[in-house]
Write a protein that binds this ligand. Structure first.
Ligand code: AMP
Length: 145
């Protein structure tokens, strides 16, 4: 067993989530602290679809330091609790895709929180939602922390 970790994937800081983190493009946030940001997916696969990202750059599950990953998962649990409560969801899905062949479209690691099941959710990253509607959903989630 070795402690060596290979941070293999070069990080491209022109990706859309890096731009959100730099404030260059807007997001509808539900949670933020020094480590993480959570915001509404603008092409939600289910009502309440929320993304949680670390502020430090990393592309995939294999590129992030274990302590940062643990912290990201801890925050994903905090946000999932609020999403579940706000959306009154019986169940929910946590999804995390890696690499373009793994279906990842934004190369900055993130967890998806989807009320209900991913198995019968809408298409991935396909249909933009009305921003005013998303803002209302986000407000419900913010009020559920
Ligand atoms: P993935 O394919 O796992 O990398 O997921 C990327 C997600 O980001 C998709 O569900 C997209 O709908 C979502 N997305 C893309 N651009 C934005 C954006 N500007 N703000 C919020 N979500 C976005």
């Amino acid at each position: 067993m070795t402690d060596a970790i290979t941070f293999a994937t070069p990080y491209d800081d022109s990706n859309i989530f890096a731009k959100i983190l730099r404030g260059e493009i807007p997001s509808i946030s539900v949670f933020e602290n020094d480590d993480c940001l959570a915001f509404m997916d603008i092409m939600p696969q289910r009502e309440g679809h929320t993304l949680v990202i670390p502020k430090r750059p990393a592309v995939t599950f294999l590129d992030i330091e274990p302590d940062s990953l643990a912290n990201l998962i801890k925050h994903t649990q905090i946000v999932a609790r609020a999403v579940q409560k706000a959306m009154n969801a019986d169940g929910f899905s946590i999804v995390q895709l890696n690499g373009s062949k793994g279906g990842q479209t934004v190369p900055h690691i993130h967890f998806h929180i989807l009320p209900g099941s991913i198995l019968n959710a809408g298409a991935h990253g396909a249909i933009p939602s009305d921003p005013e509607h998303l803002a209302k959903v986000a407000e419900k989630i913010r009020n559920a922390f």
